[in-house]
Design a protein around this ligand. Structure first.
Ligand code: GLN
Length: 470
C-alpha cells in the first residue's frame, strides 16, 4: 500500500476492494509509529480500527458515505469523546474529553476515521511548535527546521503523508503559517463559519478550526462537512453552507489587491518578494486586474493581536485551576495554594507570560490604555478591510516573511516569535477567510506560501481561485 495524497484516489481503491478499510488503518498506524517527526501525540488505534470495520461492513453492502475511509487527524486541542486531549500542556496530562467537538462529530457521521491527535504549541500559543510539553515537531522537509505553529503537528503530519487531512485551529495564523512551512494547503474559514464547540479556547473572538490537506478538493470536502450552524456555539453562522466541492471554472474577471507595506517590509525574504511580484505579473497576464494598495495599519496588527488575544486567553485559561479542570498538585495548605501551585506547575513559560500580559491589559488602571485602545484599532482594521473588499475580490500577500527557521533559533525571543505572525493576523483581526497555497521555488529547497484572503463567507471564491491559478 502507498501513502495517499488525495482522498479521491484512496476512496476509488477502497471501493474497488483493492484493500479493506481495516488494512488501510493498520497501514497508517504503522507509518505513524515509524515516523520520527513527533507530529502525533497519540494514535487512537481501537476506535479507528472499529470505525474501519464498520466502513468495511458498509462497503460490502454498497453503502457510501461522503468521507468513508478518509484518514483524519486532529490537533490536540479538539475534543473527541473518551479520548485524551491536552492542548499539548502538562496541566491537562491524562485528561479525557467527555464530549466530542462538533467538527469531530460531523466528520465521523460522514465516515471519516479519526486516527489520532497531533502535537501543537501549548494552548495553541506559538509559531514554531517548540512550546509543547511533548517536545518540538520536526519539519518533514528538513528535520532541523521547525514546522511552524501552533498547528505544527497538523501540517507536518499531512506533509509527511501520515493522514490525508488534519484539523488545526487558527487564532493568529496557526493553520496557514505551518501549512506554508511544510508545503501543504491550510485554510482559515471566515470567523463563525465552523463551530468552535469542543475546541479548547485560546482567544474566542479569533479562534477558528480549519482543514490542512494536500489539495483543494480535500480542503473543500472537509470544509463542507464541518461548516454550518451549531446550536452549541451561539456565534456560529446560520448562513447556508454552499457546495464547496463544486469549484467554479477559470474566470479572470476578478480584482486583486496586494498590500504595498507587506511587499516593502524590511523583514521579507528578497526571493519571496521577487517570486511574489512575478506571480502578480502572471496574474495580470491571465487577465486579472491586480493593484497595489496602501495598508498603513500593518505595523499595528501584531501589537493589537497580542493585546486582545492575551486578554481573552487570561480569561479563558482561568478554568484550568486544578479544581474544575487540570491536574492538582498535592501537599498544599489551602485553596489558594492549590490554585497557585497547580497553575505554576502545569503551565509552560509562554502560557504564563500571556496570562500575565492579558491580566495586565485588563487590569483596572490599564484597561483603557491597552484593551479598549486595541479594540478601537481592531474596529479600524475591520472597517479598512471592509472598504478594500468593496473594490477587490481577493487580497494577496506572502503567508510568512520567510521560509522555516532552525529549531532553537527564535525560541528564546518572544517578540521575534510574535513578529512571525505579521502577515497572518490580519485575517483573524478582521474575521475574513484566508488560505495559504504552497509555493516551491525557493533556493533553499524549503517551501513557503502565498496567502489569499477573501470576502467574508467567500470560501467558494477563494477555493476556486486557488485551484485554478496556484
Ligand atoms: N502564532 C500566533 C500566536 O502565537 C498564532 C497562534 C494561533 O493561531 N493559534 O498566538
Amino acid at each position: 500500500m502507498k501513502l495517499f495524497r488525495s482522498f479521491k484516489s484512496l476512496q476509488n481503491e477502497l471501493y474497488s476492494s483493492n484493500f479493506s478499510c481495516e488494512e488501510l488503518v493498520d497501514f497508517y498506524l504503522k507509518k505513524i509509529n515509524q515516523s520520527k517527526n513527533n507530529s502525533f501525540v497519540e494514535t487512537f488505534n481501537d476506535s479507528a480500527l472499529s470505525q474501519a470495520r464498520a466502513i468495511d461492513q458498509e462497503i460490502s453492502v454498497k453503502k457510501h458515505r461522503k468521507l468513508s475511509g478518509l484518514i483524519v487527524a486532529i490537533k490536540d486541542n479538539i475534543c473527541y469523546e473518551g479520548h485524551g486531549v491536552t492542548a499539548s500542556s502538562s496541566i491537562l496530562k491524562g485528561f479525557k474529553s467527555v464530549y466530542s467537538a462538533t467538527v469531530v462529530r460531523r466528520l465521523i457521521e460522514h465516515g471519516a476515521i479519526i486516527i489520532g491527535r497531533l502535537n501543537c504549541d501549548e494552548f495553541a500559543m506559538g509559531s514554531s511548535n517548540e512550546k509543547s510539553t511533548y517536545g518540538p515537531v520536526k519539519n518533514p522537509i528538513d528535520p532541523n527546521k521547525v514546522p511552524g505553529g501552533s498547528s505544527g503537528g497538523s501540517a507536518a503530519a499531512v506533509s509527511e503523508g501520515l493522514c490525508l487531512v488534519s484539523l488545526g485551529s487558527d487564532t493568529g495564523g496557526s493553520i496557514r503559517q505551518p501549512a506554508a512551512f511544510c508545503g501543504v494547503i491550510g485554510l482559515k474559514p471566515t470567523y463563525s463559519r465552523v463551530s468552535r464547540y469542543g475546541l479548547i479556547a485560546y482567544a474566542s473572538s479569533f479562534d477558528q478550526i480549519g482543514p490542512i490537506a494536500n489539495n483543494i478538493e480535500d480542503i473543500a470536502l472537509v470544509l463542507e462537512v464541518i461548516s454550518g450552524k451549531d446550536r452549541n456555539d451561539s456565534t456560529s453562522s446560520s448562513l447556508d453552507v454552499p457546495n464547496y466541492t463544486k469549484l467554479n471554472p477559470k474566470r479572470s474577471n476578478k480584482k486583486i489587491a496586494y498590500l504595498s507595506e507587506c511587499i516593502n517590509h524590511t523583514g521579507l525574504d528578497p526571493e519571496i518578494r521577487q517570486n511574489f511580484l512575478l506571480k502578480i505579473d502572471e496574474l495580470k497576464h491571465q487577465g486579472f486586474v491586480v493593484e497595489p494598495i496602501s495598508f498603513p495599519l500593518l505595523d499595528y496588527l501584531v501589537a493589537t493581536y497580542y493585546v486582545l488575544s492575551t486578554a481573552e486567553a487570561s480569561s479563558n485559561l482561568a478554568r484550568f485551576d486544578g479544581i474544575n479542570y487540570a491536574n492538582r498538585v498535592s501537599n498544599v495548605k489551602d485553596l489558594n495554594e492549590a490554585y497557585v501551585f497547580s497553575r505554576n506547575a502545569g503551565f509552560g513559560e509562554e502560557v504564563k507570560r500571556r496570562i500575565m500580559l492579558g491580566t495586565f491589559v485588563l487590569s483596572s488602571g490599564y484597561h483603557d490604555a491597552y484593551f479598549t485602545k486595541a479594540q478601537k484599532i481592531r474596529r479600524k482594521i475591520r472597517n479598512t478591510i471592509e472598504e478594500v473588499f468593496k473594490t477587490y475580490d481577493y487580497v494577496l500577500t506572502p503567508t510568512t516573511p520567510h521560509v522555516a527557521f532552525n529549531i532553537g533559533d527564535v525560541n528564546t525571543d518572544p517578540t521575534q516569535m510574535y513578529l512571525e505572525d505579521i502577515f497572518t493576523v490580519l485575517a483573524n483581526l478582521s474575521g475574513n477567510p484566508a488560505i495559504s497555497m504552497p509555493i516551491n521555488n525557493h533556493s533553499t529547497g524549503l517551501p513557503y506560501g502565498f496567502q489569499i484572503m477573501g470576502r467574508n463567507f467567500d470560501e467558494e471564491g477563494i477555493l476556486s481561485f486557488s485551484k485554478n491559478y496556484f
